[in-house]
Design a protein around this ligand. Structure first.
Ligand code: DQA
Length: 144
């Protein structure tokens, strides 16, 4: 099983960015936690602020048969390009879990819309870094 764990804009700043919303752990801390759960799977954690790069990574997932755990960050709410690329992943029969650290529905109105959810396999939101860990476990169990 191969899994790409993809993160969108501003998530490199985790740990110092709005800690009251996102907590004090960094993306590096997330890497360590995922590693402890990742027995038997090949996985990679990536982050970019660039929409085109994220789209390219989803194409790569299709081409390499990789499942995807993605926190699209603010792109969640408006990127149709990312939605169309995400649709390619699930159309290919691969699992795509949309994850969020916070619960976007408990926040500003503009965060209540996800253009990604409709083409994702499912969504896990609101559990901090555990959202990623739950997603990893799920993909691991379902793909083995
Ligand atoms: C987020 C929620 C988004 O609304 C926000 O733009 C982010 C992070 C989350 O993980 O809670 O950057 O995706």
């Amino acid at each position: 099983t191969r899994i790409l764990v993809l993160n969108g804009p501003n998530l490199q700043r985790l740990g110092t960015r709005e800690p009251e919303v996102y907590g004090t752990l960094s993306l590096e801390d997330l890497r360590v936690r995922l590693d402890a759960e990742a027995e038997g799977v090949t996985w990679e954690l990536r982050q970019t602020d660039d929409e085109a790069e994220l789209v390219g990574w989803l194409h790569e997932a299709v081409d390499t048969g990789s499942h995807v755990i993605m926190n699209p960050a603010a792109f969640t709410h408006y990127s149709y390009a990312l939605r169309d690329a995400a649709a390619l992943v699930t159309e290919a029969g691969l699992i795509l879990v949309e994850v969020h650290i916070s619960n976007p529905f408990a926040r500003e109105e503009f965060r209540h819309t996800s253009v990604i959810s409709g083409v994702a396999t499912g969504v896990i939101a609101g559990f901090g870094f555990d959202s990623y860990l739950l997603a990893l476990r799920l993909v691991r169990d379902r793909s083995s």
